[in-house]
Design a protein around this ligand. Sequence first.
Ligand code: NG6
Ligand code: CA
Length: 521
Amino acid sequence: MKQTRNLGLLTFYLLLLTASCKDKVVDKTETASTEVTKPNIIIIYADDLGYGELGVYGATELKTPNLDKLANGGMRFTNGYASSATCTPSRYALLTGIYPWRNKNAKILPGTAPLIIDTAQTTIPKMLKKQGYHTGIVGKWHLGLGSGNVNWNERISPGPNEVGFDYSHILAATQDRVPTVYIEDGHVVNLDPNDPIEINYQENFEGEPTGLENPEMLKMKWHHGHNNSIVNGIPRIGFMKGGAAAKWVDEDMADYFLADAQAYVKRHKNEPFFLYYALQQPHVPRTPHARFVGSSGMGPRGDVIVEADWMIGEFVKTLEAEGLLENTLIVFSSDNGPVVNDGYYDDSEEKLGNHKPAGALRGGKYSLFEAGTRVPFFTYWKGKISPGVSDAMVSQLDLFSSLAALVDSDENTADSKELLDLFLGKSNDGRDEMVIEATSRTAFRKGDWAMIPPYEGPAINRNVNIELANGTDYQLYNLKEDIGQQNNLAKSNPEKLQVMIAAYEAIRGTENTQIQQLELK
Ligand code: NG6
Ligand code: CA
Protein backbone atom coordinates (compact mmCIF):
# COMPACT_ATOMS: atom_id res chain seq x y z
CA MET A 1 0.00 0.00 0.00
CA LYS A 2 2.77 2.35 1.09
CA GLN A 3 4.90 1.27 -1.86
CA THR A 4 2.11 1.92 -4.30
CA ARG A 5 1.70 5.40 -2.87
CA ASN A 6 5.44 6.08 -3.15
CA LEU A 7 5.40 4.84 -6.72
CA GLY A 8 2.50 7.13 -7.39
CA LEU A 9 4.37 10.07 -5.90
CA LEU A 10 7.46 9.22 -7.93
CA THR A 11 5.47 9.17 -11.12
CA PHE A 12 3.96 12.50 -10.11
CA TYR A 13 7.40 14.09 -9.54
CA LEU A 14 8.71 12.60 -12.78
CA LEU A 15 5.78 14.11 -14.61
CA LEU A 16 6.41 17.47 -12.97
CA LEU A 17 10.06 17.30 -13.97
CA THR A 18 9.23 16.51 -17.58
CA ALA A 19 6.74 19.34 -17.66
CA SER A 20 9.20 21.89 -16.28
CA CYS A 21 11.93 20.67 -18.66
CA LYS A 22 9.54 21.20 -21.53
CA ASP A 23 8.88 24.73 -20.31
CA LYS A 24 12.56 25.46 -20.17
CA VAL A 25 13.11 24.21 -23.69
CA VAL A 26 10.28 26.42 -24.93
CA ASP A 27 11.63 29.38 -22.95
CA LYS A 28 14.93 29.18 -24.76
CA THR A 29 13.36 29.48 -28.19
CA GLU A 30 13.17 32.77 -30.01
CA THR A 31 9.39 32.71 -30.10
CA ALA A 32 8.95 32.42 -26.36
CA SER A 33 11.33 35.26 -25.57
CA THR A 34 9.54 37.59 -27.98
CA GLU A 35 6.13 36.44 -26.77
CA VAL A 36 5.84 38.92 -23.94
CA THR A 37 6.79 42.11 -25.73
CA LYS A 38 6.07 41.34 -29.37
CA PRO A 39 2.63 39.85 -29.88
CA ASN A 40 1.37 39.57 -33.44
CA ILE A 41 -1.17 42.23 -34.34
CA ILE A 42 -4.00 41.77 -36.82
CA ILE A 43 -6.48 44.45 -37.82
CA ILE A 44 -9.51 43.06 -39.65
CA TYR A 45 -11.37 45.90 -41.31
CA ALA A 46 -14.77 45.50 -42.94
CA ASP A 47 -16.05 47.85 -45.65
CA ASP A 48 -19.43 49.55 -44.95
CA LEU A 49 -20.44 47.20 -42.13
CA GLY A 50 -23.00 48.95 -39.92
CA TYR A 51 -23.38 49.19 -36.16
CA GLY A 52 -26.36 46.83 -36.09
CA GLU A 53 -25.02 44.22 -38.45
CA LEU A 54 -23.59 41.59 -36.06
CA GLY A 55 -25.54 39.39 -33.71
CA VAL A 56 -23.43 40.64 -30.85
CA TYR A 57 -24.54 44.20 -31.68
CA GLY A 58 -28.19 43.21 -31.67
CA ALA A 59 -28.81 41.84 -35.18
CA THR A 60 -31.44 39.12 -35.08
CA GLU A 61 -32.21 38.51 -38.73
CA LEU A 62 -28.61 38.11 -39.89
CA LYS A 63 -26.41 35.37 -38.44
CA THR A 64 -22.75 36.14 -37.77
CA PRO A 65 -21.66 33.30 -35.44
CA ASN A 66 -17.92 33.58 -36.02
CA LEU A 67 -17.66 37.31 -35.43
CA ASP A 68 -20.03 37.01 -32.47
CA LYS A 69 -17.84 34.34 -30.91
CA LEU A 70 -14.74 36.46 -31.33
CA ALA A 71 -16.45 39.59 -30.01
CA ASN A 72 -17.93 37.70 -27.05
CA GLY A 73 -14.50 36.35 -26.19
CA GLY A 74 -12.92 39.81 -26.27
CA MET A 75 -13.57 43.42 -25.38
CA ARG A 76 -16.46 44.90 -27.34
CA PHE A 77 -17.03 48.62 -27.64
CA THR A 78 -20.47 50.15 -27.89
CA ASN A 79 -18.99 53.61 -28.55
CA GLY A 80 -16.33 52.63 -31.08
CA TYR A 81 -15.85 54.98 -34.02
CA ALA A 82 -14.35 55.18 -37.47
CA SER A 83 -12.92 58.65 -38.08
CA SER A 84 -15.09 59.22 -41.10
CA ALA A 85 -18.35 58.12 -42.69
CA THR A 86 -16.50 57.11 -45.87
CA CYS A 87 -13.65 54.80 -46.67
CA THR A 88 -10.53 56.71 -47.72
CA PRO A 89 -10.55 59.19 -44.82
CA SER A 90 -11.15 56.42 -42.27
CA ARG A 91 -8.34 54.28 -43.67
CA TYR A 92 -6.02 57.26 -43.72
CA ALA A 93 -6.76 57.96 -40.05
CA LEU A 94 -6.47 54.30 -39.05
CA LEU A 95 -3.00 53.89 -40.52
CA THR A 96 -1.55 57.32 -39.68
CA GLY A 97 -3.27 58.25 -36.41
CA ILE A 98 -4.07 61.66 -37.90
CA TYR A 99 -7.55 63.18 -38.33
CA PRO A 100 -8.48 62.82 -42.01
CA TRP A 101 -9.77 66.41 -42.33
CA ARG A 102 -6.20 67.60 -41.78
CA ASN A 103 -5.40 66.12 -45.22
CA LYS A 104 -7.41 67.77 -47.99
CA ASN A 105 -6.83 64.75 -50.24
CA ALA A 106 -8.43 62.30 -47.83
CA LYS A 107 -11.69 61.99 -49.77
CA ILE A 108 -13.27 59.08 -51.66
CA LEU A 109 -10.62 58.48 -54.32
CA PRO A 110 -10.88 57.31 -57.91
CA GLY A 111 -8.71 54.33 -58.86
CA THR A 112 -6.21 56.64 -60.54
CA ALA A 113 -5.61 58.92 -57.53
CA PRO A 114 -2.04 59.33 -56.30
CA LEU A 115 -1.02 58.00 -52.89
CA ILE A 116 -2.32 60.35 -50.18
CA ILE A 117 -0.02 59.21 -47.37
CA ASP A 118 3.26 61.10 -47.49
CA THR A 119 6.09 58.57 -47.71
CA ALA A 120 7.88 60.58 -44.99
CA GLN A 121 4.86 60.27 -42.68
CA THR A 122 4.75 57.77 -39.87
CA THR A 123 2.20 54.93 -40.05
CA ILE A 124 1.28 51.94 -37.89
CA PRO A 125 3.24 49.50 -40.09
CA LYS A 126 6.29 51.80 -40.16
CA MET A 127 6.22 52.15 -36.39
CA LEU A 128 5.89 48.39 -35.97
CA LYS A 129 8.67 47.68 -38.47
CA LYS A 130 11.03 49.68 -36.27
CA GLN A 131 10.12 47.32 -33.44
CA GLY A 132 11.07 44.28 -35.50
CA TYR A 133 7.71 43.41 -37.03
CA HIS A 134 7.07 42.00 -40.46
CA THR A 135 4.14 43.95 -41.89
CA GLY A 136 1.55 42.98 -44.47
CA ILE A 137 -1.68 44.19 -46.02
CA VAL A 138 -4.16 41.91 -47.74
CA GLY A 139 -7.34 43.36 -49.26
CA LYS A 140 -8.72 46.80 -49.96
CA TRP A 141 -6.32 49.75 -50.09
CA HIS A 142 -8.14 52.87 -51.40
CA LEU A 143 -5.46 55.34 -50.33
CA GLY A 144 -4.14 56.10 -53.82
CA LEU A 145 -1.20 54.70 -55.75
CA GLY A 146 1.72 56.31 -57.55
CA SER A 147 2.27 60.02 -57.94
CA GLY A 148 -0.07 60.72 -60.84
CA ASN A 149 -0.40 59.07 -64.27
CA VAL A 150 0.23 55.54 -63.07
CA ASN A 151 1.50 53.09 -65.64
CA TRP A 152 -0.29 49.91 -64.55
CA ASN A 153 2.05 47.79 -66.63
CA GLU A 154 5.16 48.62 -64.64
CA ARG A 155 5.81 48.48 -60.92
CA ILE A 156 3.23 50.80 -59.32
CA SER A 157 4.89 53.01 -56.76
CA PRO A 158 4.66 54.60 -54.25
CA GLY A 159 2.00 52.48 -52.61
CA PRO A 160 1.57 50.37 -49.48
CA ASN A 161 5.15 49.04 -49.66
CA GLU A 162 6.47 52.62 -49.55
CA VAL A 163 4.49 53.58 -46.43
CA GLY A 164 5.47 50.68 -44.21
CA PHE A 165 4.17 47.39 -45.58
CA ASP A 166 6.79 44.74 -46.31
CA TYR A 167 4.15 42.81 -48.20
CA SER A 168 1.06 44.02 -50.02
CA HIS A 169 -1.63 42.20 -51.97
CA ILE A 170 -4.43 44.60 -52.64
CA LEU A 171 -7.26 45.90 -54.72
CA ALA A 172 -6.37 49.47 -55.61
CA ALA A 173 -9.55 51.35 -54.73
CA THR A 174 -12.97 49.72 -54.37
CA GLN A 175 -14.65 46.68 -55.86
CA ASP A 176 -16.81 48.99 -57.98
CA ARG A 177 -13.90 50.99 -59.41
CA VAL A 178 -11.37 50.16 -62.10
CA PRO A 179 -8.72 48.80 -62.29
CA THR A 180 -10.43 45.53 -61.40
CA VAL A 181 -7.18 43.63 -60.81
CA TYR A 182 -5.14 42.47 -57.83
CA ILE A 183 -1.80 44.16 -57.19
CA GLU A 184 0.94 42.29 -55.31
CA ASP A 185 3.92 44.29 -54.09
CA GLY A 186 3.24 46.89 -56.79
CA HIS A 187 2.75 44.45 -59.69
CA VAL A 188 -0.58 43.63 -61.32
CA VAL A 189 -1.11 39.90 -60.76
CA ASN A 190 -1.35 37.81 -63.97
CA LEU A 191 -0.71 40.75 -66.26
CA ASP A 192 -0.05 39.76 -69.86
CA PRO A 193 2.45 42.28 -71.31
CA ASN A 194 0.76 41.83 -74.70
CA ASP A 195 -2.52 43.07 -73.26
CA PRO A 196 -1.54 46.20 -71.34
CA ILE A 197 -3.92 47.93 -68.96
CA GLU A 198 -5.13 51.47 -69.57
CA ILE A 199 -7.33 53.36 -67.13
CA ASN A 200 -9.20 56.61 -67.56
CA TYR A 201 -11.80 58.16 -65.28
CA GLN A 202 -12.82 60.90 -67.74
CA GLU A 203 -13.48 59.18 -71.04
CA ASN A 204 -13.99 55.76 -72.51
CA PHE A 205 -11.60 53.92 -74.81
CA GLU A 206 -12.93 53.56 -78.30
CA GLY A 207 -15.01 50.47 -78.91
CA GLU A 208 -15.18 49.41 -75.25
CA PRO A 209 -18.68 48.60 -73.97
CA THR A 210 -20.15 50.53 -71.06
CA GLY A 211 -22.96 50.00 -68.61
CA LEU A 212 -24.71 53.03 -70.05
CA GLU A 213 -24.63 51.92 -73.68
CA ASN A 214 -24.69 48.14 -73.35
CA PRO A 215 -27.31 47.18 -70.77
CA GLU A 216 -27.75 43.85 -72.56
CA MET A 217 -24.29 42.80 -71.33
CA LEU A 218 -25.04 43.32 -67.64
CA LYS A 219 -25.68 40.67 -65.01
CA MET A 220 -26.08 43.40 -62.37
CA LYS A 221 -27.87 46.64 -63.22
CA TRP A 222 -26.70 50.05 -62.10
CA HIS A 223 -28.98 52.28 -60.07
CA HIS A 224 -26.91 55.47 -59.88
CA GLY A 225 -23.35 56.06 -61.07
CA HIS A 226 -21.59 52.78 -61.95
CA ASN A 227 -22.28 52.89 -65.68
CA ASN A 228 -18.78 52.97 -67.16
CA SER A 229 -16.69 49.90 -68.12
CA ILE A 230 -18.22 46.45 -67.76
CA VAL A 231 -16.16 43.77 -66.02
CA ASN A 232 -17.67 40.30 -65.43
CA GLY A 233 -21.07 41.67 -66.43
CA ILE A 234 -20.88 44.33 -63.71
CA PRO A 235 -20.70 47.99 -64.71
CA ARG A 236 -18.04 49.95 -62.80
CA ILE A 237 -16.86 53.46 -62.03
CA GLY A 238 -14.14 54.45 -64.51
CA PHE A 239 -13.01 53.13 -67.88
CA MET A 240 -10.59 50.29 -68.38
CA LYS A 241 -9.00 48.66 -71.40
CA GLY A 242 -6.82 45.54 -71.60
CA GLY A 243 -5.61 43.33 -68.76
CA ALA A 244 -8.15 40.58 -69.56
CA ALA A 245 -6.13 37.79 -67.89
CA ALA A 246 -5.52 39.91 -64.80
CA LYS A 247 -9.13 40.82 -64.10
CA TRP A 248 -10.46 39.47 -60.84
CA VAL A 249 -13.51 37.23 -60.59
CA ASP A 250 -15.70 39.10 -58.11
CA GLU A 251 -17.30 35.96 -56.68
CA ASP A 252 -13.86 34.53 -55.84
CA MET A 253 -12.49 37.66 -54.18
CA ALA A 254 -13.28 36.72 -50.57
CA ASP A 255 -11.70 33.27 -50.93
CA TYR A 256 -8.73 34.81 -52.73
CA PHE A 257 -7.94 37.26 -49.95
CA LEU A 258 -8.65 34.69 -47.22
CA ALA A 259 -6.15 32.26 -48.78
CA ASP A 260 -3.59 35.04 -48.96
CA ALA A 261 -4.16 36.16 -45.36
CA GLN A 262 -3.81 32.53 -44.21
CA ALA A 263 -0.63 32.10 -46.25
CA TYR A 264 0.77 35.32 -44.80
CA VAL A 265 0.37 34.24 -41.18
CA LYS A 266 1.81 30.80 -41.96
CA ARG A 267 4.82 32.40 -43.66
CA HIS A 268 5.51 34.77 -40.78
CA LYS A 269 4.47 32.75 -37.74
CA ASN A 270 8.04 32.58 -36.45
CA GLU A 271 8.53 36.33 -36.23
CA PRO A 272 6.33 39.11 -34.85
CA PHE A 273 3.97 40.20 -37.62
CA PHE A 274 1.34 42.84 -38.28
CA LEU A 275 -1.39 41.99 -40.76
CA TYR A 276 -3.95 44.50 -41.98
CA TYR A 277 -6.67 42.28 -43.45
CA ALA A 278 -9.03 44.67 -45.23
CA LEU A 279 -12.20 42.86 -46.33
CA GLN A 280 -14.14 44.13 -49.34
CA GLN A 281 -17.56 43.20 -47.92
CA PRO A 282 -20.32 44.36 -47.77
CA HIS A 283 -19.37 47.20 -50.16
CA VAL A 284 -20.94 47.17 -53.62
CA PRO A 285 -20.99 45.27 -55.92
CA ARG A 286 -22.06 42.48 -53.59
CA THR A 287 -20.96 39.27 -55.22
CA PRO A 288 -21.13 36.32 -52.82
CA HIS A 289 -19.49 33.09 -53.90
CA ALA A 290 -22.07 30.53 -55.14
CA ARG A 291 -21.92 28.62 -51.83
CA PHE A 292 -23.17 31.70 -49.96
CA VAL A 293 -25.86 32.73 -52.42
CA GLY A 294 -29.17 32.66 -50.54
CA SER A 295 -27.43 32.02 -47.21
CA SER A 296 -28.95 35.05 -45.50
CA GLY A 297 -32.36 35.21 -47.12
CA MET A 298 -31.61 38.90 -47.50
CA GLY A 299 -30.16 38.99 -50.97
CA PRO A 300 -26.53 39.63 -51.89
CA ARG A 301 -25.89 42.22 -49.17
CA GLY A 302 -26.79 39.81 -46.38
CA ASP A 303 -25.08 36.95 -48.19
CA VAL A 304 -21.72 38.72 -48.35
CA ILE A 305 -21.92 39.50 -44.63
CA VAL A 306 -22.48 35.78 -43.97
CA GLU A 307 -19.57 35.13 -46.35
CA ALA A 308 -17.30 37.59 -44.52
CA ASP A 309 -18.24 36.03 -41.20
CA TRP A 310 -17.33 32.58 -42.52
CA MET A 311 -13.99 33.89 -43.85
CA ILE A 312 -13.10 35.25 -40.41
CA GLY A 313 -14.06 31.94 -38.84
CA GLU A 314 -11.68 30.13 -41.20
CA PHE A 315 -8.96 32.69 -40.63
CA VAL A 316 -9.19 32.30 -36.85
CA LYS A 317 -9.03 28.52 -37.30
CA THR A 318 -5.73 28.98 -39.09
CA LEU A 319 -4.38 31.14 -36.27
CA GLU A 320 -5.46 28.46 -33.82
CA ALA A 321 -3.97 25.60 -35.84
CA GLU A 322 -0.68 27.47 -36.07
CA GLY A 323 -0.66 28.00 -32.31
CA LEU A 324 -0.81 31.78 -32.71
CA LEU A 325 -4.03 32.73 -30.94
CA GLU A 326 -2.49 33.20 -27.48
CA ASN A 327 0.12 35.53 -28.89
CA THR A 328 -1.98 37.61 -31.25
CA LEU A 329 -4.04 40.73 -30.69
CA ILE A 330 -6.95 40.90 -33.13
CA VAL A 331 -8.78 44.18 -33.70
CA PHE A 332 -12.00 44.13 -35.70
CA SER A 333 -13.87 47.15 -37.02
CA SER A 334 -15.45 48.77 -40.08
CA ASP A 335 -14.41 51.80 -42.14
CA ASN A 336 -17.81 53.50 -42.07
CA GLY A 337 -21.49 52.89 -41.48
CA PRO A 338 -23.96 51.01 -43.64
CA VAL A 339 -25.66 51.78 -46.93
CA VAL A 340 -28.23 49.49 -48.47
CA ASN A 341 -28.48 50.78 -52.04
CA ASP A 342 -25.07 52.20 -52.96
CA GLY A 343 -25.57 52.22 -56.73
CA TYR A 344 -26.72 48.81 -58.00
CA TYR A 345 -30.05 47.01 -58.17
CA ASP A 346 -29.13 44.01 -56.04
CA ASP A 347 -32.33 43.30 -54.12
CA SER A 348 -30.82 44.54 -50.87
CA GLU A 349 -33.62 47.00 -50.23
CA GLU A 350 -36.37 44.64 -51.29
CA LYS A 351 -35.05 41.77 -49.15
CA LEU A 352 -33.85 43.70 -46.12
CA GLY A 353 -36.91 42.66 -44.11
CA ASN A 354 -36.54 43.56 -40.45
CA HIS A 355 -32.77 43.80 -40.51
CA LYS A 356 -31.50 47.20 -39.32
CA PRO A 357 -27.95 47.72 -40.61
CA ALA A 358 -27.49 50.79 -38.39
CA GLY A 359 -29.21 49.27 -35.35
CA ALA A 360 -30.88 52.06 -33.37
CA LEU A 361 -28.64 54.76 -34.84
CA ARG A 362 -29.72 57.52 -37.22
CA GLY A 363 -28.15 58.03 -40.65
CA GLY A 364 -25.66 55.72 -42.36
CA LYS A 365 -22.65 55.89 -44.64
CA TYR A 366 -21.96 59.51 -45.76
CA SER A 367 -23.84 60.89 -42.73
CA LEU A 368 -22.77 63.06 -39.80
CA PHE A 369 -25.40 61.31 -37.72
CA GLU A 370 -24.13 58.50 -35.51
CA ALA A 371 -24.58 55.63 -37.97
CA GLY A 372 -21.99 57.20 -40.28
CA THR A 373 -19.09 56.59 -37.94
CA ARG A 374 -20.18 54.49 -34.96
CA VAL A 375 -19.33 50.96 -36.04
CA PRO A 376 -18.69 47.47 -34.69
CA PHE A 377 -15.36 47.57 -32.89
CA PHE A 378 -13.79 44.89 -30.69
CA THR A 379 -10.46 43.48 -29.61
CA TYR A 380 -9.67 39.82 -29.01
CA TRP A 381 -6.62 38.18 -27.49
CA LYS A 382 -7.03 34.66 -26.21
CA GLY A 383 -6.05 34.34 -22.58
CA LYS A 384 -5.01 37.97 -22.35
CA ILE A 385 -8.17 40.03 -22.77
CA SER A 386 -10.98 39.06 -20.42
CA PRO A 387 -14.33 39.10 -22.19
CA GLY A 388 -16.32 42.25 -21.61
CA VAL A 389 -18.30 45.13 -23.05
CA SER A 390 -17.21 48.73 -22.70
CA ASP A 391 -19.18 51.90 -23.31
CA ALA A 392 -16.03 54.05 -23.24
CA MET A 393 -15.58 56.24 -26.33
CA VAL A 394 -12.82 55.03 -28.60
CA SER A 395 -11.74 55.92 -32.12
CA GLN A 396 -9.79 53.97 -34.70
CA LEU A 397 -7.41 56.93 -34.54
CA ASP A 398 -6.32 55.62 -31.16
CA LEU A 399 -4.88 52.41 -32.52
CA PHE A 400 -1.65 54.12 -33.55
CA SER A 401 -0.58 55.28 -30.07
CA SER A 402 -2.08 52.26 -28.32
CA LEU A 403 -0.30 49.73 -30.51
CA ALA A 404 2.89 51.74 -30.08
CA ALA A 405 2.50 51.40 -26.31
CA LEU A 406 1.87 47.69 -26.69
CA VAL A 407 5.20 47.14 -28.45
CA ASP A 408 7.19 49.59 -26.30
CA SER A 409 7.55 52.18 -29.03
CA ASP A 410 7.48 55.79 -27.83
CA GLU A 411 5.84 57.01 -31.05
CA ASN A 412 2.44 58.67 -30.93
CA THR A 413 0.50 61.36 -32.76
CA ALA A 414 -1.36 64.40 -31.47
CA ASP A 415 -4.71 63.04 -32.64
CA SER A 416 -4.23 59.46 -31.45
CA LYS A 417 -4.91 58.74 -27.76
CA GLU A 418 -2.99 56.00 -26.05
CA LEU A 419 -5.78 53.74 -24.80
CA LEU A 420 -3.93 50.44 -24.56
CA ASP A 421 -5.44 49.47 -21.21
CA LEU A 422 -8.90 50.07 -22.61
CA PHE A 423 -8.18 47.94 -25.67
CA LEU A 424 -6.85 45.19 -23.39
CA GLY A 425 -9.88 45.39 -21.11
CA LYS A 426 -7.90 46.60 -18.11
CA SER A 427 -9.52 50.00 -17.89
CA ASN A 428 -12.77 51.66 -18.89
CA ASP A 429 -11.27 55.06 -19.60
CA GLY A 430 -11.74 56.15 -23.18
CA ARG A 431 -11.57 59.50 -24.92
CA ASP A 432 -13.65 62.43 -23.82
CA GLU A 433 -14.10 64.04 -27.21
CA MET A 434 -13.43 63.73 -30.91
CA VAL A 435 -14.22 65.28 -34.26
CA ILE A 436 -15.96 63.05 -36.78
CA GLU A 437 -16.01 63.58 -40.53
CA ALA A 438 -18.42 62.85 -43.38
CA THR A 439 -17.90 63.94 -47.00
CA SER A 440 -15.74 66.94 -46.01
CA ARG A 441 -18.03 68.10 -43.23
CA THR A 442 -17.21 67.64 -39.56
CA ALA A 443 -19.12 67.28 -36.30
CA PHE A 444 -18.24 66.72 -32.69
CA ARG A 445 -18.72 64.20 -29.93
CA LYS A 446 -17.96 64.98 -26.29
CA GLY A 447 -19.10 63.01 -23.26
CA ASP A 448 -22.66 61.89 -23.92
CA TRP A 449 -23.24 64.66 -26.43
CA ALA A 450 -23.10 65.04 -30.20
CA MET A 451 -23.03 68.43 -31.92
CA ILE A 452 -23.48 68.95 -35.65
CA PRO A 453 -22.82 72.40 -37.12
CA PRO A 454 -25.17 73.77 -39.78
CA TYR A 455 -24.32 72.70 -43.32
CA GLU A 456 -25.81 73.53 -46.66
CA GLY A 457 -26.91 70.72 -48.91
CA PRO A 458 -29.72 68.19 -49.05
CA ALA A 459 -31.03 66.76 -45.79
CA ILE A 460 -31.30 63.37 -47.44
CA ASN A 461 -29.26 61.78 -50.21
CA ARG A 462 -32.18 60.34 -52.18
CA ASN A 463 -29.99 57.98 -54.20
CA VAL A 464 -28.86 56.08 -51.16
CA ASN A 465 -31.83 57.09 -49.00
CA ILE A 466 -29.68 58.27 -46.10
CA GLU A 467 -30.10 61.36 -43.92
CA LEU A 468 -26.88 63.34 -44.17
CA ALA A 469 -27.51 65.66 -41.17
CA ASN A 470 -27.34 68.90 -43.17
CA GLY A 471 -29.49 71.74 -41.91
CA THR A 472 -29.67 75.45 -41.26
CA ASP A 473 -29.47 75.10 -37.46
CA TYR A 474 -26.99 73.65 -35.06
CA GLN A 475 -27.97 70.22 -33.81
CA LEU A 476 -27.27 68.99 -30.32
CA TYR A 477 -28.16 65.53 -29.05
CA ASN A 478 -27.80 63.76 -25.73
CA LEU A 479 -26.88 60.28 -26.90
CA LYS A 480 -27.34 58.70 -23.51
CA GLU A 481 -31.01 59.57 -23.54
CA ASP A 482 -31.53 59.78 -27.27
CA ILE A 483 -29.32 57.36 -29.18
CA GLY A 484 -31.51 57.79 -32.28
CA GLN A 485 -30.86 61.57 -32.37
CA GLN A 486 -34.51 62.57 -32.52
CA ASN A 487 -34.54 65.51 -30.10
CA ASN A 488 -32.43 68.47 -31.11
CA LEU A 489 -31.59 70.25 -27.83
CA ALA A 490 -29.61 73.11 -29.39
CA LYS A 491 -32.31 75.66 -28.66
CA SER A 492 -33.34 74.39 -25.25
CA ASN A 493 -29.76 73.98 -24.00
CA PRO A 494 -27.78 76.93 -25.42
CA GLU A 495 -25.15 76.72 -22.64
CA LYS A 496 -24.27 73.15 -23.55
CA LEU A 497 -24.23 74.08 -27.22
CA GLN A 498 -21.70 76.86 -26.56
CA VAL A 499 -19.48 74.50 -24.56
CA MET A 500 -19.60 71.99 -27.43
CA ILE A 501 -18.85 74.61 -30.10
CA ALA A 502 -15.90 75.95 -28.12
CA ALA A 503 -14.41 72.48 -27.56
CA TYR A 504 -14.98 71.61 -31.23
CA GLU A 505 -13.32 74.79 -32.47
CA ALA A 506 -10.37 74.19 -30.15
CA ILE A 507 -9.57 71.10 -32.23
CA ARG A 508 -11.03 71.93 -35.60
CA GLY A 509 -10.22 75.65 -35.74
CA THR A 510 -12.75 78.43 -36.04
CA GLU A 511 -12.82 78.71 -39.81
CA ASN A 512 -15.18 75.84 -40.42
CA THR A 513 -17.82 77.01 -37.96
CA GLN A 514 -17.47 80.66 -38.89
CA ILE A 515 -18.13 79.93 -42.55
CA GLN A 516 -21.26 78.08 -41.58
CA GLN A 517 -22.38 80.93 -39.33
CA LEU A 518 -21.79 83.50 -42.09
CA GLU A 519 -23.88 81.45 -44.45
CA LEU A 520 -26.69 81.53 -41.95
CA LYS A 521 -26.87 85.34 -41.82
C1 NG6 B 1 -19.35 56.66 -54.19
C2 NG6 B 1 -20.01 55.57 -54.99
C3 NG6 B 1 -20.34 54.42 -54.06
C4 NG6 B 1 -19.09 53.97 -53.34
C5 NG6 B 1 -18.43 55.14 -52.64
C6 NG6 B 1 -17.13 54.78 -51.98
C7 NG6 B 1 -21.35 56.48 -56.87
C8 NG6 B 1 -22.64 57.08 -57.30
N1 NG6 B 1 -21.25 56.09 -55.59
O1 NG6 B 1 -18.99 57.72 -55.01
O2 NG6 B 1 -20.93 53.38 -54.76
O3 NG6 B 1 -18.20 53.40 -54.24
O4 NG6 B 1 -18.18 56.17 -53.57
O5 NG6 B 1 -17.36 53.99 -50.90
O6 NG6 B 1 -20.44 56.35 -57.67
S1 NG6 B 1 -16.25 53.86 -49.84
O7 NG6 B 1 -16.75 52.96 -48.82
O8 NG6 B 1 -15.09 53.32 -50.50
O9 NG6 B 1 -16.01 55.20 -49.29
CA1 CA C 1 -16.39 51.88 -46.89
